[in-house]
Design a protein. Structure first.
Length: 366
């Protein structure tokens, strides 16, 4: 029995020594209260990135002492049950990979809730029976509806920071709610030269990245403003120097191959502006002349219209006069004709009277 145990230990040590010698990074993690089933899931998730080996603390310590990591002092981290992790990635990347692979599990009574624990409304799928009492004991307003137990509304059974009671833990287990997040607690990691405590490894990557970017920007601005030349700012400094030199040469009217195009462009612009002013004056003169010509034409048209109207009035007067003369001539002719008729009639009457008188004289003679 003792021989078998010794062989088993020696085999364990040799296997772990091989793991250690083939790796670039190692880590020690606490497996206290970490379910074996979750550990197996984590091993599968980390396959190809890291290896996890669970053994007795003394065996892990001996394997480290006989490996290439023998110079590391990790004795303070050998407390309680631990697991040995080997990898070929950066210690921080290893810690972040393990941190991202958290597992959800049932919460235990006496645990302090890290966040509000809420039981959602809906059908629990539990049949009528003692489960109803278990849910009500946890403060869940469960009711019987049909052939199952239902929760009518979302219910917060534990607030963040509160201790989980046994009744709540039992009810959550009945409802298959796993509010607890379990993470393999890495205590330490090392790349063979530097030992990184968990407090150093546990960083907010997003905040860290933003801080690095902010530091880079501040350093860049400082170097640029004090004209401290670096490979990162040399191009911008040269551009700034070129612009300033060009501006000085332009203001001093110093002509060279750089400023000449600007002077030509300025002269061209001034010529265009002058041309526009001259063109505008010419247009105004043309407009004034056209207006005068139009006014003269209008006056001539008005005068011609007046003359035409005067002629038409004279013609009308002449026509009226002619018409009146013709009427007078007609009247005179009519009067003359009437007078001749009256004279003829008078003559005829006198002749008739003479003949009558002669007849009467002849009768008297007889």
């Amino acid at each position: 029995m003792t021989s078998h145990t010794r062989k088993w230990k020696e085999k364990q040590i040799e296997e772990m020594k091989k793991m250690l010698d083939e790796s670039r990074v190692i880590a020690l993690a606490s497996i206290e209260r970490f379910p074996a089933s979750l550990l197996q899931e984590l091993k599968k998730k980390l396959a190809g990135k890291a290896k996890i080996r669970v053994s007795k603390t003394r065996i892990i310590a001996r394997a480290l002492a006989e490996s290439k990591y023998r110079n590391l002092d990790l004795s303070s981290y050998f407390k309680g049950p631990i697991a040995l992790i080997t990898a070929n990635i950066d210690p921080f990347e290893l810690y972040l990979t393990i941190k991202k692979n958290k597992a959800n599990t049932y919460i235990r009574a006496g645990t302090i809730a890290e966040q509000d624990i809420i039981v959602p409304a809906g059908d629990t799928g539990l049949p009528p029976g003692p489960d109803l009492s278990i849910l009500k004991a946890a403060g869940i307003p469960a009711i019987m509806k049909g052939s199952s137990i239902q929760v009518p509304k979302d219910t917060t059974v534990v607030r963040k920071g509160e201790v989980v009671s046994q009744e709540v833990a039992s009810a959550l287990a009945k409802l298959d709610i796993k509010p607890a997040e379990l993470m393999l607690k890495v205590r330490v990691a090392s790349d063979g030269t530097t030992v990184y405590d968990a407090s150093v490894l546990d960083i907010d990557t997003e905040k860290f990245e933003n801080d690095i970017i902010a530091c880079y920007r501040k350093a860049f601005n400082l170097a640029f403003n004090i004209v401290y030349i670096t490979p990162e700012n040399i191009e911008l400094l040269l551009q700034k120097a070129f612009r300033e030199a060009k501006q000085v040469a332009t203001e001093a009217e110093f002509i060279n191959s750089v400023t000449l195009p600007e002077f030509i462009a300025k002269a061209y612009s001034s010529a265009n502006a002058l041309s526009s002013v001259v063109k505008l004056d010419t247009q105004e003169a043309d407009s004034e002349q056209k207006a005068q010509s139009k006014a003269a034409e209008q006056q001539a048209d008005e005068k011609a219209a007046e003359q035409t109207a005067s002629k038409e009035a004279e013609q009308q007067a002449e026509e009226e006069q002619k018409s009146e003369s013709a009427d007078n001539t007609k009247n005179e002719q009519a009067q003359a004709t009437q007078a001749e008729q009256q004279a003829q009639e008078s003559k005829e009457e006198q002749q008739e009277q003479g003949q009558k008188t002669q007849s009467e004289s002849e009768e008297q003679k007889e």
